[in-house]
Ligand binder design. Structure first.
Ligand SMILES: [Zn+2]
Length: 375
């Protein structure tokens, strides 16, 4: 299959679209669950697909260390290795080298670092990152960049962004064209509108199949994130997918869709599932809380997921109190279902031109509090 992006509907700045890749179609706005080490933790791939997910994110940094990109390639690529036949996007590894590895050293050439797993030494350059992503067989490859730390002065942010733009050119040159396989550039520039504009224009001069916004959701807060999106979006091409990396909480996603974003990824629904947190239309719930101990009702009575159809709040609370592995598995499945339902709701609202109403209903319910305590 050839890569295409079709815009099917628009409501304000929000877009309803369809991306076609080598391994299938992605309806946008889309949420990508994170499959860090070739697994969405605690979930079988068919369960992930059942939640409605059409694409997963794999982490280059983790997979290059274990089991190694060459080994994944020898075993048939990431789709075969992990038994997921739908599209996969891989990140470039840059972000995790910075956040996880030890004794890293960055130069114009790339980054050398010590593995956080066993201390072994590795190098990651734009060329090697693109090669690893090809070995993994990613449908969507991401440009190798530096995620500018926050806060950063305008001078530091400019230097970091321009290095990422030089790396973007080298990444593009290293990318091997194949039908249905595409390459996204990443706009950097921290919270500075002029830098974001410069970065978006520099990437378009190189030419990519999609454009991501990196360096947000790093502690700047929702207001600055939305402001940065508003000043950056006018410089993003209309006929290509737009991906906001590492976002986020449900209200962040709704706000970013309103501002024209098509794709998201975040560890929140899966990580929260492992820390007893559930996302519901009534906000987040902590299942370690004793208020659930005797509650026979489902986690969310309005949710159609496997967890909510079959288990009580009391049972989930019990599993988590006993540290039983089924507890995080059931919560993860619900959380991923919730995120995919949210995306489906956003897509439907854009199609019917009712996104403003959808967003206002969402906020009212999300901040309205949980069900009355069970008596
Ligand atoms: Zn549910």
């Amino acid at each position: 299959m050839k890569f295409t992006y079709q815009k099917l509907a628009q409501d304000g700045a929000a877009r309803r679209g369809k991306i076609t890749t080598a391994h299938g179609v992605i309806d946008t706005p889309a949420f990508m669950p994170v499959g860090t080490a070739a697994t969405v933790k605690g979930m079988r791939p068919e369960q992930v697909a059942d939640t409605g997910a059409q694409i997963l994110l794999g982490n280059t940094y983790h997979l290059m260390l274990r089991p190694g990109a060459e080994r994944v390639a020898a075993l048939g690529g990431l789709h075969t290795f992990m038994n997921w036949d739908k599209p996969i996007l891989t990140d470039s590894g840059g972000y995790q080298v910075m956040s996880l590895s030890k004794l890293r050293k960055m130069t114009e050439e790339g980054v050398t670092f010590q593995s956080h797993v066993d201390g072994s030494k590795h190098a990651l350059t734009p060329e090697r990152s693109i090669e690893i992503q090809r070995l993994l067989d990613a449908d969507i490859t991401m440009s190798f960049d530096e995620c500018t730390p926050f806060p950063a002065t305008e001078e530091v942010a400019a230097e970091s962004m321009r290095l990422s733009m030089r790396w973007a050119k080298r990444s593009r040159d290293a990318f091997v064209e194949r039908d249905g396989y595409v390459f996204f550039g990443i706009v950097q520039g921290s919270i500075y509108p002029e830098l974001r504009k410069e970065s978006a224009e520099a990437l378009q001069a190189i030419g990519f199949d999609g454009y991501a916004i990196g360096g947000l959701a790093v502690g700047e807060g929702q207001e600055l994130m939305f402001q940065t999106l508003e000043t950056t979006m006018p410089h993003m091409p209309d006929d290509k997918p737009r991906y906001l990396m590492g976002v986020g909480k449900p209200p962040d996603i709704v706000g970013a869709v309103l501002r024209g974003i098509d794709m998201f990824d975040c560890v929140l629904p899966t990580r929260s599932g492992r820390t007893a947190q559930a996302f519901t239309r009534r906000g987040t719930l902590n299942f370690m809380n004793a208020r659930h101990a005797a509650d026979p009702r489902p986690l969310d009575p309005d949710c159609a997921c496997y967890t909510c159809r079959n288990y009580s709040r009391a049972y989930i609370h019990h599993l988590l109190k006993c540290d039983e592995m089924l507890g995080p598995m059931l919560l993860t499945q619900h959380n991923l279902h919730y995120y995919q339902e949210l995306m489906a709701g956003l897509r439907g609202a854009i199609e019917s031109g009712t996104l403003q109403q959808f967003a206002s209903d969402f906020h009212q319910q999300y901040t309205g509090g949980d069900l009355e305590e069970y008596q």
